[in-house]
Every structure is written in C-alpha cells, then in structure tokens.
Design a binder for this molecule. Structure first.
Ligand code: ZN
Length: 257
C-alpha cells in the first residue's frame, strides 16, 4: 500500500516544548522525529493566540521550508487584524487558526465576522477548533449548523472544522456535504471515541465524503506517528484513491501546500 504524500494538517508546537497539560512535549525536535517515523511529508502547525507565537512559527517554517506551514494564531476579541496581516503575507502562513473555546468567543461574534470577511477577500483559510466541550461558551454556539450559516454567508471562504465537531460528527458530515467551502479534520478523536457512534460516523464520512475529510493528529496531544497508524487501521478498507485524498491530497489542495 502506498499513500502519497502524507500530510499531517493539525499540529502544535511551543518554543520551550511545554504544553498546557504538563504531560506532553510540544518541541519541534520531537515533532520532526515523529513525522519522520510516520513518513509524513508535510505538516500544518496551528498557532494559538494565547501563546503569541506567530513570530516563532515563521522562523520554524523558514527552517523547514516546503515541509512545515502555519496557521496564524489569532483571537478576534483581544487582538486586531493588524497583528497578523504581515504574517499572512509570508508564504508559510496559509490562514488563521481560531479557537472559540480557548479564547471564549462565539464564531458569530461581529469581530469574528470581520475576520471572515477579510479572509474571504484575501484567500486565507480559517481553521476552527470545534469540539463540544466548554465551561464558559454555550455549547450550542459550537454546533456545526453555526458554521453552515457562516459557509453560506461567506461562500468563498475556505473553512476547516477540527476534530470533526465531536460530538456532532454526523451533523458535521451533512454540513460539509452541503457546503463546497467547508471541510473537516479528524485530529484528536480516533481512539478517544473508540467504540462510540463517533467512530462509525467517521468511517461513514471517510467512505462517502473523502474529498472533505483531512487527516491531522493534534500533536502533541497525540503522537503524530502513532495517530497516523491508528487512522490507517481505521481507514484500511477504503479505496486507495479515498485514502490518498484523506491522508494528503485534500490538505494540499485546501491549504495550498
Ligand atoms: Zn489542536
């Protein structure tokens, strides 16, 4: 079996290797080691606004040109777009990472809408963290149907919804199927939701919507090479062409790698 090339389209790193959980090593050294172990050709790093790390990501991507790309970390409620425009003109940056849960804002916040407007005009991709778990944000503000409304309001804005919007996996399937500009990434969820309906719905999505599903691990929350192995096992019965889309070609096309 040969799937080529493999892209891990959901990664995080920190300059000191420390990660929020205290349990994981988020260093660039370990990431490269695990990408090599898995045979991963390219990676997309999701910047996090609270780490103020865009300058660091630019340097790392420069050092790994053509291999690592980044999404600028940005919070529409605490920062101005001027903080990221310069980065987004750099070839390594493919768009913006928005994290409504971590940064406590609704995806429909007027300040966020202004970001989508400019992103649509300039061709920046937006990757949203979408996971139905928050102590602060009303959870319904994260439902896939919210992004369905955004996808229709900004039809030329490419959006990727991370973690397949668990627990609303099948709803995410329909939202992605309904909107040509909306994609899902399956980072973080494989194994954690083993033996739940999520895994059945993920497989269904892989079988019926392979052009909209993007592989990513969520390193350092997951070991990049190990997560890739688990995903390959989950998707082992798919046609080769579908595997190629999920494990690389979709990310290359959506993020313009
Ligand atoms: Zn993540």
């Amino acid at each position: 079996m040969y799937i080529s090339p493999i892209v891990d389209a959901h990664l995080h790193i920190t300059d000191n290797g420390e990660w929020f959980t205290g349990k994981h090593n988020a260093s660039i050294g370990l990431l490269i080691e695990q990408m090599d172990a898995g045979g991963v050709a390219k990676g997309v790093i999701m910047g996090l606004a609270q780490l103020n790390q865009n300058e660091y990501l630019r340097r790392i991507c420069d050092e790994h040109r053509g291999i690592l790309y980044a999404m600028a970390g940005f919070s529409p409620v605490t920062q101005e777009l001027t903080a990221v425009r310069d980065y987004l003109s750099h070839e390594a940056f493919r768009g913006i990472k928005l994290h409504p849960r971590r940064d406590n804002f609704s995806p429909m916040d007027p300040k966020a809408l202004a970001v989508y407007e400019e992103a649509e005009e300039k061709g920046w991709v937006i990757n949203f963290d979408v996971f139905g778990h928050s102590a602060r944000l009303p959870i319904e503000e994260l439902r896939p149907t919210v992004f369905d409304r955004l996808a229709k309001r900004f039809p030329n804005l490419k959006m990727v919804l991370s973690h397949c919007c668990v627990p609303w996996m099948l709803e995410a399937f329909f939202v992605a199927k309904s909107n040509p500009n909306l994609y899902l990434d399956c980072s973080f969820i494989i194994e954690r939701f083993n033996k739940t309906s999520v895994m059945q719905d993920l497989l269904y999505t892989a079988r019926h919507l392979d052009r909209k599903l993007i592989f990513g691990s969520d390193f350092p929350e997951e070991q990049a090479h190990r997560y890739l192995s688990m995903a390959k096992i989950e998707f082992k019965d798919l046609q080769e062409e579908k595997k190629s889309n999920i494990f690389g070609l979709n990310a290359i096309q959506v993020y313009g790698l």
